[in-house]
Design a protein around this ligand. Sequence first.
Ligand code: GLU
Length: 312
Amino acid sequence: MSRSSDPRTYDLDALRDQVLSEHGGTVNDSIPQLGAADPGLCGIALVLPDGTVHSSAQADVPFSVQSAVKPFLFALALLDTDGAACDRIGIEPTGEAFDAIKLESGTGRPPNPMVNAGALLTAALVDGGDVDGRNERILRGLSAFAGRSLEVDEEIARAEHLLGDRNHALAHLMRSEGTLQVSADDAVQVYARACAVLVDAETLAVMGATLACNGVNPVTGERVVPAGIARDVVSVMATCGVYDGSGRWMQSVGIPAKSSVSGAIVLSAPGRLGAAVVSPPLDAQGTSVRGRLVSDRLSADLGLHAFGSTPD
Ligand code: GLU
């Protein structure tokens, strides 16, 4: 199958057809709404620095962003605290699952912003004063990354809040360590609502492209965060974005990324492109099985590996 090494003309539908023959992985069912996802869904999108959006079939099918929101929550927390969020959260990879009940030893800080403990804290650090204010601020900030007004799936937000026992446990643990300043329930509520924001592959690719373009949304031209924040966020995606699979991911795919239980992966290749792929069946580390195949292929065909220089 011939595919262009130019992202503008790359045959994303051919790649999609190819990975659809892969049937491995399990759809996450931590809440009923995620368990009901179509295992056959597969959408891919690329967004270039000139604002070109290039997508496959199903790149416009909505899904809840889940943990793919974490890089953007970190960015907003850095912005709203003038960088102080960096002192409140570690940035070391954990080698553990996304919801491990564990804080950094000695400091009581979350290990990094890409695991649940860290995202509960970053969501609590954005401006807003109370739950409603922070919810509003997060939705506004995420919408700037996306270049359009995003919405929350209220049922998913409620289910995440009610059924997120490990997130409640993590929030209480951070309260007991003095690292979380808001109430545990408020923290879970805000984080749950951020996970329930609806995106599609195209929108998520624009969000990834905004990080890849030094914090400027390439579609709207709006500066969403300063270049230094975009750099910090992409760096932590590279080291921690795929949970306990982060090392293998950087070695093989080589593009900073964030995985999520909805089967989405957002990728940011600085200066080159933003990308997103969604396909619900997950591997043991919570990474979309087809999403990994797509990312591997794009990295090789478009020469996107951070530490390699030529396309295959
Ligand atoms: N909302 C999910 C949770 O907090 C997100 C986890 C993920 O996407 O990896 O459990």
